[in-house]
Write a protein that binds this ligand. Structure first.
Ligand code: FAD
Ligand code: EPU
Length: 334
């Protein structure tokens, strides 16, 4: 693997933040990994759509470009599809739809790469990657060998996995295998999918129609990183005990919360941030999106530190007003 020095990372993160990698290389095959001889920390990059660079990277940055999508096995009801970590996620979703493989249509248009999909168990419109995940292969940086992970090994939760916690920074995910259905099981009760399908005049329900509805909703709600720098939701939606929600609801009757399977209530952080007056706020080039308060944006010249400090202010303000502790979803680097 050939490393270039002092590489500008601006084209490699959707916030459009300026940062430099001391050493930078593109990884296109598993074989190249045995040449990665360093004990220094390695930052793996996919599409750079869920991270915030606060500073330059004094170490190694590896951009994962391992490609390939293969149908490796099938049974009566399922196909098992193995994809290289460098495949574009939305491209993978489109490939599945074109082949009639069902289960990822609700996850259309999420930016980034296949390799990052298990990192935070990506989710949208009632589906998470854990619902279609079969296994993954990952290179252990210290042991210099490939390990396999099953669904249970990954300990997926809401925007969580072992790779964000226990094994943080220890692995490079090289391939992910998904278990997809041959016949669809539709999830259209979440959000505005049903209304959007009607609006589109979809005559028949299909995975294509569901993906198109999701794409249309996402385009209307979320800022396009090609136009304005962002990394999607900056914070997670916080989960609070049901009795705390009841007390908050007395004080704020229009507060938005959804019961979870574990008996907690998941609050809409976007509502909290909007209610606290942050929606559309701008300080220099760092801001809170005018249409979606959960998304922090870079109007062009913001630094990672400026966006980070804005997020600190929001965290404190939400805690002071609602007694609720927000948690960042975006990975803060370093
Ligand atoms: P990166 O940002 O490159 O990396 C994210 C983290 O994963 C980093 O810590 C990185 O080191 C690590 N990583 C990446 N690849 C590997 C690998 N191969 N091996 C080991 N570690 C790796 N997310 C959702 O869940 N749902 C949404 O609906 C959603 N909507 C979004 C909308 C917009 C407009 C944007 C900008 C982002 C959105 N996101 C959403 C967040 C983001 O797209 C996902 O988290 C995505 O999976 C990140 O992929 P990436 O390849 O860009 O990861
Ligand atoms: N809301 C407000 N004000 C706002 C934003 C939202 O009141 O400024 C309210 C909405 O009216 C709605 C509720 O909050 O009633 C939820 O909003 P929305 O449906 O837009 O979803 P979200 O909770 O903001 C989550 C995910 C998204 C995912 C969508 C759809 C998290 C942190 N975010 O957003 O994921 O695409 O649901 O499933 O869970 C991401 O992770 O980057 C991401 C974009």
């Amino acid at each position: 693997m050939q490393f270039a020095v002092h590489v500008d990372l601006k084209p490699y993160n959707t916030f459009g933040l300026a940062a430099t990698a001391q050493y930078f290389a593109k990884l296109s095959s598993v074989e190249q990994l045995s040449n990665l001889n360093t004990d220094a920390p390695v930052l793996v990059l996919g599409g750079g759509s869920n991270l915030l660079f606060r500073d330059n990277i004094n170490g190694f940055v590896v951009k994962n470009e391992i490609m390939g999508i293969d149908l490796i096995r099938e049974d009566a009801d399922h196909v098992y599809v193995r994809a290289g970590a460098g495949e574009n996620w939305h491209g993978f979703v489109e490939h599945c739809i074109a082949n009639g493989w069902c289960g990822v249509e609700n996850l259309a248009l999420i930016p980034g790469c296949v390799g990052a999909s298990p990192m935070q168990n990506i989710g949208a419109y009632g589906v998470e990657i854990k619902d279609v995940f079969h296994s993954l292969e990952a290179w252990h940086l210290q042991d210099k060998e490939l390990h396999s992970f099953s669904l249970e090994d990954c300990a997926f939760g809401y925007r969580e996995s072992v790779f964000k916690r226990k094994y943080k920074g220890q692995y490079i995910i090289t391939h992910v295998t998904y278990r997809l259905r041959k016949t669809p099981e539709y999830h259209i009760s979440y959000g505005a999918i049903q209304q959007e399908l009607e609006h589109m005049g979809a005559q028949e329900l299909s995975i294509r129609a569901v993906a198109d509805a999701v794409i249309s909703i996402r385009k209307s709600k979320l800022p396009d990183p090609a136009v304005i720098g962002n990394a999607g939701s900056f914070f997670k939606n916080p989960e609070i005990p049901a009795e705390t929600f009841v007390a908050l609801k007395l004080q704020f009757p229009d507060i938005i919360g959804y019961p979870t399977f574990s008996g907690m209530v998941k609050l809409a952080a976007g509502w909290l941030i909007e209610r606290a007056g942050w929606k559309g706020y701008r300080k220099g080039d760092a801001g809170v999106h005018a249409k979606q308060a959960l998304v922090l944006v870079n109007y062009g010249g913001a630094t990672g530190d400026e966006i980070f400090h804005l997020s600190e202010e929001i965290l404190h303000s939400i805690n002071a007003q609602f007694g609720v502790q927000l948690e960042r979803e975006v990975n803060i680097i370093p």
